[in-house]
Design a protein around this ligand. Sequence first.
Ligand SMILES: [Ca+2]
Length: 373
Amino acid sequence: MVIRILIVCALVFTSAPASSAADFKDSSVSLTFASASIAKAVTQGGNTRGPALAVMKDDTILLGGGKSGGEILTWNKAKSALRSLGTFIPANRRENDSRFAINDIAVLSEGVGSAKLLISYPRLGASGSCVEIAVDELAYDRKKAKVKFVANWFVSQPCVPISAVQHTAGRFAVIDKNSVYVSIGDLGYSEIDNRDKRGDLGSIFKLSAKSAVKVSQGHRNPQGMDLFDKKTLMAAEHGPRGGDEINVIEEGGDYGWPFVSYGQPYGSGDYVRPSKTGTHVGYIEPITYWVPSIAPTELVQLPAQGWGNWGRALVLGTLREEVLVFMKISEKFTVTDSVQVDVGDRIRDLEMLSNGSLIATTDSGKLITVSNS
Ligand SMILES: [Ca+2]
């Protein structure tokens, strides 16, 4: 077993990963961590929220969040500096709450001088008295270092009471240059148990500029989405107290929320109580679940090469547990082996770099890379 942890500091580095990757018990994996401060990309207001993350083909890093929640920034590794490219949630369409922040950025297509981006974010409805989720297309002019609004693709219905700005999800999985999957959380809507009233909430959609097709429903807060082997959509979602799930998404599938959950309800004042807990009977079963909760965020797949015996594994970021979960997935989509690597920080978003390294943003304002060395 070869375990080597190297910490490379850029700017401020406040805390090292709390443990090594000894849990792999596998000499084909030897992790190296590096960390840089991206504090200005963090959104304040209540809990501190790390930025959304996207990686371009040349490893240009795009971040979504910042003080206003709606800012797009780019990270210049050589200068250890952030640069603002524009702001896309108007101040009068949000509250001073870190949950009003860009949920994800997708790069649909890119050239030397420009790129086509999508962002998703919660915002106040036009009346100012309710919350909805918007998906906008943006154009990135790389020479001018500016991002501009192009068009709105989607606004979730219904617009729900502001107290419910939680469980926004809003994660993307890119299909091609004109379409994506996007997860829409249940927004903490108290009538999420009414299929007529809940509308778009708690669903995964296939979106293009002109169409929005519901793919699946019965999701609570899916903050992780990945196209496994570039073809099978997988999603990770937060359950209530426990019941965090990873699912293979089937067209027309119902994943059970809020009617069943392996988790348990919160107190009597919660927005909805699942009808049956500790079971998933009658609905599509997750491929794996966690009780108690780990609070899962983004899902990515490792490349086939460069990760030893863990090539093609799924990797999941977590908030509460502050770990990366590595999972080997069988042909039948069962988890055949799993390891948790302690990062010691709440992982908000997770992507792959072109060299096969993992890159993550954290709620404390760090950009962390994890490589097999
Ligand atoms: Ca992302």
